[in-house]
Design a protein around this ligand. Structure first.
Ligand code: ZN
Length: 270
């Protein structure tokens, strides 16, 4: 049997990353899974295809008690050698179940024990969910592809298949979360795969994404509310608005973060 890639590396205290795997259809992008060591049971976040939870590196840290996916795209890379109970948002279940058994689902924001918060952030997909983990040293936010790192820069993973209104609302929610390390599923190969941040820096980067999304989708500049949501959904029915985009992205191989729609520009420290 071919030896599995099982090394873990710890780029920052408390975080243990799997070996990177290139996406087959976007080899410049690596994905990783992350082990969160906790006294009440270790969690595995995201998935990669070459990971064995029985490996010494993982067993030495206490194994895996629960496995969480941010969203359905990770299901395509779910390893058969990760057998811990799998949890996903109810909206993601059907897609993930095609590849791996799902033990349980959730649909609301909630806290596991006192240190791990499950926060639905729909938009990239309908059940995309961020995870906020307080390790004691850091507050890590796992954003999946909703925000990922392109050459070290924060980028919004807004796809043709995504809901831009929900996406913008989720970015507003993320901007208000208290976290100091961003940990996406995907990052440019050979570049940083986590980002240390603070409230002001997070706000600036997310505002830049929101500006780009609102311009592209003609959303109102005001914070998205129910009235605007209704108006935008009407707008999206107009072929002149939606049709051009659809043709432009029709050749995309799959719903993955190829659409670099909303890069956060490099911003000088203030
Ligand atoms: Zn995705």
């Amino acid at each position: 049997m071919e030896e599995q890639v099982v090394q873990l590396e710890s780029p920052i205290e408390g975080l243990h990353a799997s070996a990177p795997e290139a996406l087959p259809f976007a080899p410049e992008v690596d994905i990783r899974a992350f082990l969160l060591p906790r006294s009440r049971g270790n969690l595995l976040i995201y998935s990669v295809s070459e990971l064995d939870q029985r490996s010494p590196a993982i067993q030495d840290l206490g194994g895996v008690s629960r496995h969480y996916l941010n969203h359905r795209h990770e299901g395509m890379f779910a390893s058969d050698q990760v057998t811990a109970p799998l949890f996903v948002h109810a909206e993601e279940r059907a897609a993930v179940e095609a590849k791996r058994h799902v033990r349980g689902t959730f649909s609301r924001r909630h806290v596991l024990d006192e240190d791990f918060e499950v926060i639905p952030t729909p938009g990239h997909t309908s059940g995309a969910t961020a995870f906020l983990w307080d390790s004691g040293q850091h507050r890590f936010l796992f954003t999946g592809d909703t925000i990922y790192l392109d050459d070290g820069e924060w980028v919004a993973g807004l796809l043709e298949s995504s809901d831009p209104v929900a996406f913008a609302q989720s970015l507003e929610l993320i901007a208000e979360l208290d976290f100091d390390v961003l940990v996406p599923w995907a990052a440019t190969s050979g570049k940083p795969y986590h980002a240390v941040t603070d409230r002001a820096s997070t706000r600036r980067r997310i505002d830049a994404m929101l500006d780009a999304i609102r311009a592209e989708w003609r959303l109102g500049a005001e914070p998205v509310n129910r009235r605007v949501v209704g108006a935008v959904h009407d707008t999206r029915k107009i072929p002149a608005v939606v049709g051009n985009r659809r043709r432009r992205h029709a050749a995309a191989p799959m719903a993955m973060p190829r659409a670099r729609l909303a890069p956060a520009p490099r911003q000088p420290a203030r």
